[in-house]
Ligand binder design. Sequence first.
Ligand code: TYD
Length: 138
Amino acid sequence: MINIGLLEFKHYTDEYGSLVALEENNNIPFDIKRVYYIYGVLTNVRRGFHSHKALDQALICVKGSVKILVKTHTEEEIYTLNSPTEALYIGPMIWREMYDFSEDAVLLVLASEKYDEADYIRKWEVYYPLAVDYFSKK
Ligand code: TYD
């Protein structure tokens, strides 16, 4: 799907455990200006329900599992994230919803810009025509 990708990370595993290293513009395909994490989400909660106009993000479920629905005006896909060695890359103009968080889930998010409410599109009816226009030019 356009503006979506799965990233697989090298992990350094020995008898002491495992380590994954993330570097901007290396195994993370953008500048990392912000990191946040979501945890303690009840299993019946669904969150997200927005798109970003210009943001790049990488979502890593470092513990537990979570499902991510990504969609545009024409396509939709569901990913299950349950590994600290993979990320879902979400580029601009992708609607996302996050649900089925396991009790222990910790969803780490790397973002290409600092928090900016003006970059959010929080209503599907606002998103839809903007997506038609954006993807027609891709
Ligand atoms: P929000 O983006 O609405 O979360 P979700 O899409 O996962 O449901 O963010 C929840 C709250 O956290 C909202 O009040 C804004 C705040 N927030 C920040 O202050 N900084 C951030 O980087 C993010 C992502 C959210």
